[in-house]
Design a protein around this ligand. Structure first.
Ligand code: ATP
Length: 349
């Protein structure tokens, strides 16, 4: 039973293209006013899922409900124009021959002229682009086009706003600002939104809920903080940050590794042990290691250190600078509570 405050419910959503399972048994529930971020590598099925929600794509199995009413599923298919969904495309898809005013008014033909005019000026004001009303798309910067596309998607007051890589056409500096502004408008309006991105950092920054996909399947979903701090899968752990893989074996509830012994949960078999670069620290004493490389990446210093018993050098990152050179002997220590231990699992990497 769908709870009344769920704006979007996906149950077992499945879509094949020939032999390719673009979506396999995807189930998710999104509360009204929440922002969901779909993230994953290219080809994992993000766009197909967005298109299925919009009704541009049909399902082979499963169902989709919006605001408590089924829109796709066994014997049900509500046409896209009747779903009350706003769609914002990566390339904005503004109509080149229409002014900004008319672009925004395009989806409002069911309103009276007066209603339409007040709706357009309202949304122009909300997004702070009143001065652009008479311009044509070719007279707008990338950031301005993005805002117009947002205004056009929001003007019909959709129940659900779908955005496919909405910031990827903007330069890095502008992107962060436009992203913040866009999200604050979406949140102020209380709009429920689904945003697609392939950028892990962006996903963590945007979503109330982050859903990580891989090869058509949902790997895991949760708040950005949960999925980053306490991932359930090695796939998620490695998707959201660079990881060192530490060889380990379990013996009597203790994890034995070349970096020391750690308490381990009750697990069977050989676990996968991961450690973030920032969880390893250079110390005056500790585990003996040898510097292999040092590079300064602006704020961050990255060291590669070799440790006996570990095949590949460990990546160590932090904001401190160390006066070390390749071949130097050093000591490292590990923040024990940051050691991530996973039961043995089939890892696709
Ligand atoms: N119309 C189609 N016909 C055949 N195969 C398709 C079609 N649309 C998508 N696919 C396949 O389905 C899979 C998922 O594609 P989708 O576009 O949803 O991925 P994505 O995660 O959005 O990727 P990207 O980030 O590159 O846009 C891919 O293997 C893709 O090749």
């Amino acid at each position: 039973m769908t709870s009344p405050q769920s704006m979007l419910v996906l149950s077992g959503v499945t879509r094949y293209f020939g032999n390719v399972a673009a979506l396999q048994d995807v189930s998710l529930e999104l509360g009204a006013g929440q922002v969901l971020c779909l993230v994953g590598h290219s080809g994992c099925g993000k766009s197909t899922l967005l298109r299925a929600i919009a009704g541009i794509e049909t399902l082979d199995a499963g169902s989709i409900a919006i605001d408590g009413a089924p829109v796709s599923g066994e014997g049900v298919f509500v046409e896209p124009e009747h779903r009350r969904i706003g769609f914002m495309f990566q390339d904005y898809a503004l109509f080149p021959h229409l002014s900004v005013w008319d672009n925004i008014g395009f989806g409002l033909s069911q309103l009276t002229r007066g209603e339409r005019e007040s709706r357009i000026s309202n949304v122009l004001g909300r997004i702070g682009i009143e001065s652009l009303a008479d311009r044509y798309p070719h007279m707008l910067s990338g950031g301005e086009q993005q805002r117009v596309a947002l205004a056009r998607a929001l003007a019909p007051q959709p129940r659900l706003l779908l955005m496919d890589e909405p910031f990827s056409n903007l330069d890095r500096g502008l992107r962060d600002r436009v992203r913040q502004e866009t999200l604050s408008i979406v949140r102020d309006l209380g709009t429920t939104a689904v945003v697609v991105t392939h950028d892990p950092e962006e996903a963590l920054a945007i979503g109330d809920m982050v859903a990580l996909m891989q090869k058509g399947k949902l790997v895991e979903a949760g708040t950005g903080e949960r999925i980053y701090d306490a991932p359930w899968t090695t796939y998620a752990a490695r998707f959201f940050s660079r990881m060192n893989v530490i060889p380990a074996r379990l013996s009597a509830g203790v994890l034995e590794t070349p970096l020391g012994r750690f308490p381990a949960p009750a697990l069977e078999g050989v676990p996968t042990v991961l450690l973030r670069p920032q969880s390893i620290i250079l110390r005056e004493a500790g585990i003996a290691a040898t510097i292999v490389d040092r590079s300064v990446l602006g704020e961050i210093e990255e060291l590669l250190v070799a440790v006996s018993g570990i095949d590949r050098p460990l990546v160590v990152r932090g904001t401190d600078r160390h006066d070390v050179r390749p071949g130097d002997d050093v000591f490292i220590s590990v923040n024990a509570h940051e050691v991530m231990i996973f039961p043995q699992e089939a890892d696709p990497n």
